[in-house]
Design a protein around this ligand. Structure first.
Ligand SMILES: Cc1cc2nc3c(=O)[nH]c(=O)nc-3n(C[C@H](O)[C@H](O)[C@H](O)COP(=O)(O)O)c2cc1C
Length: 371
């Protein structure tokens, strides 16, 4: 059993039988259990800078016992922000506060992760609580968005500029520089945001990618940009640290990304040094009908795990300890990513352990109160 050296080592005391609390090792990083915090935008940054909100928000999940604590989508270029309030990693000055957050997360025995992102054609919009809706006005600082092709996401969204080959190469480099900054900040896991209709997904999906050059058409061409980013990022990462990619396994729309394509992309990603695919869906078609129900995306994580034979993360309407445990027990995924349930209860892992009759240590500050 790996002992994580930290101020609040939540070392498990029983390794029998509860899949959710079995450690997982990817490269040289051991996660204390299988519970990961899924990326969640907070729309609370100024010019990309993290602040006390991000420290407390992300820190609370580390205190609550999660194994992996992921930042929200963190833009590698200023124009890659969904809104002006998104977190960024496009300046060296961003590193300092991120490093403070990382230090706190590590001190609780959790692994800090950053989701590197570029919003592509879904950038330059109002954040949910800014008062506006859809595309930013000129007065509010609208910027030119970019995408594989000049195709809007929807009427409320700006028309993107179709990237030239040279501009694609510059964005690959921005991901690489973002990765270098993330490593300087101390992050131990990097995730590329290849889902939800943002730039990397926009290239993969035939719905948003109408290119006729080597970045469009065949699946091999549509995933080329993602693979170039993967290679550029992996190149600057130490071999000991894991790289994750989040994919949208389906566009839930005829003519969009399919499960079979996702299995193939996952295989190729693994060959390029990706250690786990975090399997989400949707986000690239405004009108898509998504069959929301508990665990509605788990079958796609299952396909990546069992057909591609690549470690996978399951996410989406997983809200119960027994449900999360069962997904792992049935061999459908390797990690469980939670978003909204962790907002309801940042201490979900402590509660889940109790419900599953599994003993984990609480933070020393809480230990006397443990029941
Ligand atoms: C407030 C909020 C912000 C989100 N921001 C991101 C994000 O930055 N990156 C991302 O990949 N997914 C994002 N998501 C999607 C979640 O990571 C997750 O995939 C989704 O909420 C489904 O999981 P859940 O049912 O456990 O909430 C966000 C979800 C929520 C609720």
């Amino acid at each position: 059993m790996t002992v994580i050296q930290s101020e609040n080592t939540q070392q498990q005391t029983d390794t029998q039988g509860v899949a959710l609390f079995e450690p997982l090792t990817l490269r040289d990083i051991t996660f204390r259990n299988r519970i990961a915090v899924a990326a969640m935008c907070q729309y609370s940054a100024t010019d990309g800078f993290a602040n006390d909100w991000h420290l407390v928000h992300l820190g609370s999940f580390a205190v609550g016992g999660a194994a992996l604590v992921m930042t929200e989508a963190t833009a590698v270029e200023a124009r890659g922000r969904i809104s002006p309030e998104d977190l960024g990693i496009y300046k060296d000055e961003h590193i300092e506060m991120l490093s403070r957050i990382v230090t706190f997360i590590k001190a609780q025995g959790a692994v800090p992760a950053v989701q590197l992102a570029h919003a592509g054609r879904k950038a330059s919009t109002y954040s949910p609580f800014s008062g506006g809706n859809g595309e930013l006005s000129k007065a509010d600082g609208r910027w030119q968005t970019v995408g594989p092709s000049a195709v809007r996401f929807s009427e409320q969204y700006p028309l993107p500029h179709a990237l030239t080959r040279e501009e694609i190469a510059e964005i690959v480099r921005s991901f690489q520089i973002g990765a270098e900054r993330a490593l300087k900040a101390g992050f131990e896991v990097l995730e590329l945001h290849g889902a939800h209709g943002y730039l990397l997904h926009e290239f993969i999906s035939p719905i948003s990618n109408k290119r006729t050059d080597e970045y469009g058409g065949s699946l091999e061409n549509r995933m080329r940009f993602l693979i170039e980013v993967t290679d550029a990022v992996r190149q600057v990462m130490p071999a000991e640290l894991p790289l994750l990619v989040r994919l949208s396994a389906t566009d839930w729309t005829e003519g969009g990304v399919t499960e079979a394509e996702t299995v193939e992309i996952s295989r190729v990603l693994a060959q390029h040094g990706v250690d786990l695919v975090d399997v989400s869906t949707g986000g690239n078609v405004a009108s898509a009908k998504i069959p929301l129900q508990p665990g509605y995306q788990v079958s796609f994580a299952d396909a990546v795990h069992n057909e591609a034979q690549v470690p996978s993360g399951a996410v989406g309407l997983i809200t119960e300890a027994a449900q999360a445990n069962q997904i792992l027990q049935e061999g459908k995924a390797d990690m469980i990513f939670l978003a909204r349930e962790l907002l309801r209860d940042p201490h979900f892992p402590l509660r889940a352990a109790r419900e599953l009759h599994y003993d984990i240590a609480w933070p020393k500050q809480y230990a006397r109160a443990k029941i």
